[in-house]
Design a protein around this ligand. Structure first.
Ligand code: ASP
Length: 419
């Protein structure tokens, strides 16, 4: 199937899944009915879960192999330090800009004013890691364990070190690097094979999600909900568009068109990690980002760069502070910017984790963690939307870094054959 057709089919799968899921939801079938238990809870659920499992299957080998190659290439060219600094700097900058925007808009819209705290609302907070623990956890003591547990930051550190070591190990290292490059090709082929199933997988995920989604909670939290969506849209259309236009020098609309399948994956899986194979493939083959840069910047971004999550955390902090009538003051806001940036690094790219690391931000500014109970009802939908911003942020930074290193291929970006 050619690219344009595949993109179109993924989008059709997404919209059709949304429509059918919503229809099933509003028809309010009895949970024991055939439609609910056999079709939604059975066929579509299984289809969606199998699809997600196959995406996840690719993540650890893909991150490992592509980062060993990426780090090896960069270290071989002696520009690894510069690219690493630029990448991390841009990731931190875009995340901090996202939170500042979130705090600004939330203070204008005041989503938490006049909220009646639900009697006895409680939230059994899962233990959120401390900042110190987040830092220590980056460094692996056992690479096999890190891979078995899917601990991305540790896999990244190990792969980068291994890639650098290969460039320094003479002939043996060169041979190993060549094998890794072959592995990379094979795994990318697997990604392409899987993408053929994406229209059906995305359809199944969307039906199950929207058939079960609680829309009722949105009414009570409409200002919060709109506020998060608004800031996500602003960050997307302002920050990213400006970076793409000014620093990459290409048309942001074309950029977003190329990114459509990635956005559809991000939205329907709510996971930057599961979307990673598609992001990597798209960034290299459709945007024209150099392989050496993409295979380093994208896996790193899918793990540490979560602008959408940081936006939710910024708005949620203001919302909870207002709901509990606490004034966190200027120092509190600065603390939110700092901790939400760190929390976004510590947030794994899987559904709903942003809500857990929000506990870290709330604790740092002295707000009750139970406040999370207030927003949990609408988090599923917001998770889908913020994941789209998370993945587009990674691709934007990869393109900026690639352009600055002469590694952005305009011919690939401008090709006519794809949508
Ligand atoms: N679902 C988000 C992601 O994977 C993380 C989060 O905000 O919960 O990017």
């Amino acid at each position: 199937m050619d690219r344009a057709k595949l993109t179109r089919n993924i989008l059709i799968g997404m919209v059709a899944g949304f429509l059918l899921g919503s229809l099933i939801h509003f028809a309010e079938f009895n949970p024991d009915s055939i439609v609910s238990s056999f079709i939604v809870g059975g066929v579509f659920y299984v289809g969606g879960q199998v699809f997600i499992a196959s995406l996840k299957l690719l993540v650890v080998p893909l991150v490992f192999v592509s980062l060993v190659c990426g780090a090896g290439n960069l270290a071989g060219n002696n520009n690894m330090g510069a690219i690493g600094l630029k990448t991390v700097g841009l990731y931190l900058f875009t995340t901090a800009a996202a939170i500042v925007m979130a705090l600004g808009v939330a203070n204008v819209l005041n989503p938490g004013l006049g909220i009646n705290l639900a009697e006895g609302s409680s939230f059994a907070a899962k233990e959120s890691p401390s900042l110190v623990q987040v830092i220590i956890n980056i460094f692996p003591s056992n690479p096999i364990k890190a891979m078995a547990e899917g601990n991305m930051l540790q896999i990244i550190v190990f792969a980068i070190l291994l890639g650098i070591a290969m460039t320094r190990a003479g002939e043996h290292g060169t041979n190993l690097r060549a094998s890794m490059a072959r592995w990379n090709e094979v795994i990318m082929q697997l990604v392409l094979m899987l993408m053929q199933a994406a229209p059906v997988g995305v359809f199944c995920l969307m039906v199950t999600l929207f058939a079960k989604l609680g829309y009722g909670a949105i009414n009570d939290l409409i200002t919060y909900f709109v506020c998060v969506l608004l800031v996500l849209a602003l960050h997307f259309s302002l920050t990213y568009s400006i970076l793409i236009r000014v620093l990459v020098g290409v048309n942001p609309l074309t950029f977003y068109r190329r990114m459509l399948p990635v956005m559809a994956f991000g939205f329907s899986t709510s996971s930057s990690g599961a979307t990673l194979p598609v992001t990597l493939e798209t960034v290299e083959k459709r945007l024209g980002v150099d392989k050496g840069v993409g295979s380093f910047v994208i896996p790193l971004g899918a793990t540490i760069n979560m602008d959408g999550t940081a936006i939710m955390q910024g708005v949620a902090t203001v919302f909870i502070a207002q709901a509990y009538n606490v004034d966190i003051g200027m120092a509190g806001y600065l603390m939110v910017i700092l901790t939400a940036t760190m929390a976004s690094i510590g947030t794994a790219g899987v559904p709903g984790v942003g809500l857990i690391t929000l506990a870290l931000v709330l604790t740092q500014v002295g707000l009750p963690v139970e406040g999370i109970a207030l927003i949990i009802g609408v988090d599923r939908l917001l998770d889908m939307s913020r994941t789209v911003v998370n993945v587009v942020g990674d691709a934007t930074v990869a393109s900026v870094v690639a352009r600055s290193e002469d590694g952005f291929d305009d011919a690939v970006f401008n090709q006519e054959t794809t949508t």
